[in-house]
Ligand binder design. Structure first.
Ligand code: YSA
Length: 338
């Protein structure tokens, strides 16, 4: 006698276990209501295979009949439950597999947008473009020569401390850094061009400094440079007043104060009045004669002014943003407000 009564063959030659495997395999491959009905008739119907197996029980001896009969009845319950479940699924998914409902209304795809820093940079550069300045860009990985030396900040000059520098490790060079401001583009532009020059230079800067609500270790600046014969401090003030008017409106008060930068003489910073306070937005000044001469210009013939501002700080004022770190934290709840 076989050890496993559940797989014992009936007279018809099919065991309960074989029938179970055949039924489940066939059920899995049904794809329509018609095929499911054919399966029901073929396995559970009056002339179906399970009924045939039960009919064959009479030919077994009493002991085997009890065991195989119990297994066959249990299989019937199992197959009926599977049939019910499959039948429900087939009713709830009446649409043929792979079909598209062309009557559904269209949905607008999610659109991206410009980063708030980019928006501000474009607004600033456009204001200067309309005043005759051309937009150019320069390298973020810069040489010490352009970031400091040509700007009248020699090695060991204490003014270098003002720009905490991130140096780039290199086996062959010890003079490569991430630019700490966009001012090196003053030197590069003058080196490559003759006056007259009117450029604005937006771009990323990096400083080895701790962050707080108004300081990031990476941020943007927009540099400006104008060099020609006869340029005066009045041109600097007039240009920056006009810029402030375009960005902040004609009612906003503007203040210039003396400031020191080694590459200008005289140097100033410009603040705007905001909720009763003066907020500094840029540094500026008349290009230092040494900087003109470092670039090969005749400083007795040419004069110029330059400035450098932080677009994130300006956007903070305009949009009442209280922490500069939001700009680069990539939180869509912040970014999608612009
Ligand atoms: C001055 C005179 C010139 O003739 C030309 C340019 C300049 C500006 C000079 N190169 C400079 O970098 N000055 S600064 O250190 O005071 O930075 C200028 C502006 O950049 C600041 O007013 C501020 O708006 C922004 N900034 C500076 N450090 C920042 C920053 N923004 C965010 N995070 C920081 N850590």
């Amino acid at each position: 006698m076989p050890k496993d009564h559940g797989v014992q063959a009936t007279q018809a030659g099919e065991s309960v276990e074989e029938l179970k495997i055949a039924a489940i395999t066939a059920l899995d491959s049904t794809e329509s209501g018609e095929q499911l009905e054919a399966w029901r008739v073929g396995f559970l119907g009056r002339k179906g295979r399970l009924t045939g197996l039960l009919r064959g029980l009479g030919s077994l001896d009493i002991e085997h009949r009890k065991v195989v009969g119990a297994a066959a009845n249990s299989l019937r319950g199992e197959l009926e439950a599977l049939y019910e479940e499959r039948s429900k699924q087939s009713k709830s998914s009446q649409a043929p597999v792979g079909s598209i409902d062309i009557t559904l209304p269209g949905r607008r795809p999610a659109l991206g947008g410009l980063h708030p820093s980019t928006q501000m940079i474009r607004e600033i550069t456009q204001a200067f473009n309309e005043m005759g300045f051309q937009t150019i860009e320069g390298p973020e990985v810069e040489l010490e020569k352009y970031n400091f030396d040509m700007l009248n900040i020699p090695a060991n000059h204490p003014a270098r401390d003002q720009w905490d520098t991130i140096w780039v490790d290199s086996d062959t060079h010890n003079d490569v850094l991430l630019r700490t401001h966009t001012s090196p583009m003053q030197a590069r532009t003058m080196e490559a061009n003759d006056p007259p020059i009117r450029v604005v230079v937006p771009g990323k800067c990096y400083r080895y400094e701790s962050t707080d609500a108004t300081h990031e270790w990476h941020f943007n600046q927009v540099e400006g440079l104008a060099v020609d014969e006869g340029i005066t401090f009045a041109d600097l003030k007039g240009t920056l007043y006009e810029f402030a008017r375009r960005i902040f409106g004609s009612q906003r008060k503007v203040r210039f104060r003396c400031d020191f930068f080694p590459f200008v003489e005289p140097g100033v910073d410009m603040s705007i009045e905001w909720n009763g306070n003066w907020i500094e937005i840029l540094g500026a000044g008349m290009v230092h004669p040494k900087v003109l001469e470092n670039a090969g210009y005749d400083s007795t013939k040419y004069t110029g002014f330059a400035f450098g501002m932080g677009p994130e700080r300006i956007s903070m004022l305009r949009n009442e943003i209280t922490d500069i770190r939001h700009f680069f934290s990539n939180d869509l709840r912040f970014l999608t407000q612009f």
